[in-house]
Write a protein that binds this ligand. Structure first.
Ligand code: MN
Length: 469
């Protein structure tokens, strides 16, 4: 939560982290929140059709969106008393999200920006007002105007999340005003139905919040059929035009993987083809991050080696990052897969494994993912590895954190967990250690005998992510 770190209330940030640990769920944490002092606070109302229709009323407070779900919606009607459920804070990046949350995800459904604008709290410390159970907000939206009041109900049965939302009888009040009669987005003019039918953006909970709102249509299409035919027609080497670049490909007929069940071996041509086809999909995970390459120029059956330094023979257009902190003997220049052709280049370079850093080059000491690295060693079965990975999944579910698995190397597994921006590597590592210790206590025989569960979160930027896939 960079806003809190840079300019917001430290106390609030501490409370927030205490509540959430540092990892965000169900949607990743906020960043890029400017200190609010210099400008007006924002609010948003999102009409959200999940399992049930509701309106999410969100106020910017200390760099996050403090949120209530209001089934009947906010209204200008001063007679209305609408139930509002206080839900977890959302990252500030979510404020202008309109689109679709994938089915099966938390909150899966469609979302429009039903109203937005600025607001003024009645107190200098709105976070304290929320904690005390009563928030008064003067809102300046496109639909909503005037004084809203949120009051926590102190009933034994409802629990502390039950609040009431009302509009004061001020000059903006309109009796009988019904939010459902004003169904269009203030952002696009579209209804939920229209957005659901043709969404422009998805909210990807598995990505850090700053990257979670992604276009539905890939920014880069895959290679077209002509390009794939041209690749097949090349000899063992040659120039290939793809993604607007010309790549000089070599050793295309070299076998890199043995064939399955008597099938022909998998050649570098097929790896290159695969890289081109997957590049548009993989790009969101690779862009803006230094890439450590694990190269196997003689194929997966031979010994591979780590290659981090971008070679001088790499074409000039290859995106790259010069590590300003590199000392003599360190890797000074890294590949950054900011465009799909760069991944094809890496494949042709013999990189079978692509290990993006957990931090971005813009802030190399600030990971955006915590990383659990599960390495089976040499004597443990894949099935046992899956047991450990699933136990981690269960543990993550218990603390309400979302992680995604990634296969690495021959038989390793990593779990990538988006974290609140601003964390240091020692913080993510400490948290992962706690997690893995808890999991290990469940299956001590696995962990103590044959597992090595490495907690991979390097302290120095030169290390990047796990360097031993
Ligand atoms: Mn919602």
């Amino acid at each position: 939560m960079a806003g809190g770190r840079r300019g917001g209330s430290k106390d609030h940030l501490a409370r927030y982290r205490g509540k959430r640990d540092f990892a965000r769920t169900p949607e990743p944490a906020g960043s890029a929140a400017e200190p609010p002092a210099a400008r007006d606070l924002r609010f948003v109302v999102q009409r959200h059709r999940a399992r049930r229709l509701h309106y999410d009323l969100r106020f910017e407070i200390d760099g996050v969106l403090v949120s209530w779900a209001v089934p009947r919606g906010p209204t200008l009607d001063p007679k209305a008393r609408h139930m509002a459920v206080h839900v977890e804070d959302h990252p500030i990046e979510y404020i202008d999200f309109e689109g679709v949350i994938p089915a099966g995800e938390y909150g899966g459904g469609d979302v429009i920006v039903w109203d937005r604008g600025t607001w003024e709290p009645h107190t200098a410390d709105p976070a304290a007002a929320v904690a005390a159970g009563e928030l008064h907000a003067e809102v300046h939206g496109e639909k909503l105007h005037g004084k809203l009041v949120l009051v926590r109900r102190d009933h034994d049965d409802g629990g502390e999340k039950q609040w009431l939302l009302l509009h004061k009888r001020d000059q903006h009040a309109i009796e009988g005003w019904d939010p459902e009669e004003h169904p269009r987005s203030v952002l696009s003019g579209r209804t939920n139905d229209e957005v659901a039918a043709d969404p422009e953006r998805l909210w990807r909970s598995d990505l850090p919040a700053a990257e979670a709102s992604v276009p539905v249509r890939p920014q880069h299409a895959g290679p077209d059929e002509d390009a794939l035919v041209a690749l097949d027609e090349l000899g063992d080497k040659g120039a290939w035009d793809v993604f607007g670049r010309t790549l000089r490909l070599t050793n295309l007929d070299k076998a890199l993987f043995p064939g399955r069940d008597g099938a022909a071996p998998v050649t570098k041509r097929e790896l290159v083809r695969y890289a081109a086809r997957i590049a548009p999909v993989a790009l969101p995970y690779l862009a803006g991050r230094a890439l450590n390459m694990h190269r196997f120029p003689q194929g997966a059956g031979a010994k591979g080696f780590w290659h981090k330094q971008l070679p001088t023979h790499a074409p000039e257009w290859i995106p790259r990052w010069d590590n300003p902190e590199a000392e003599d003997g360190d890797t000074s220049t890294y590949l950054v897969v900011d465009e799909p052709a760069a991944l094809v280049w890496a494949a042709n370079f013999g990189a079978l494994e692509w290990h993006a850093w957990t931090s971005r080059t813009a802030e190399p000491h600030r990971p955006t993912y915590a990383l659990v690295d599960l390495d089976p060693g040499s004597t443990t079965s894949w099935d046992d590895l899956l047991v450990l990975a699933r136990l981690h999944r269960t543990a993550l579910q218990h603390v309400g954190v979302r992680g995604q698995p990634k296969v690495t190397g021959r038989r390793g597994l990593q779990i990538w967990i988006p974290v609140t921006p601003g964390m240091r590597f020692d913080e993510t590592r400490g948290w992962v250690e706690q997690l893995s210790r808890a999991v290990g206590a469940v299956v001590p025989e696995l962990v103590s005998s044959s597992w090595t569960t490495r907690r991979c979160a390097p302290t120095a930027s030169r290390c990047g992510p796990c360097s031993t896939g």
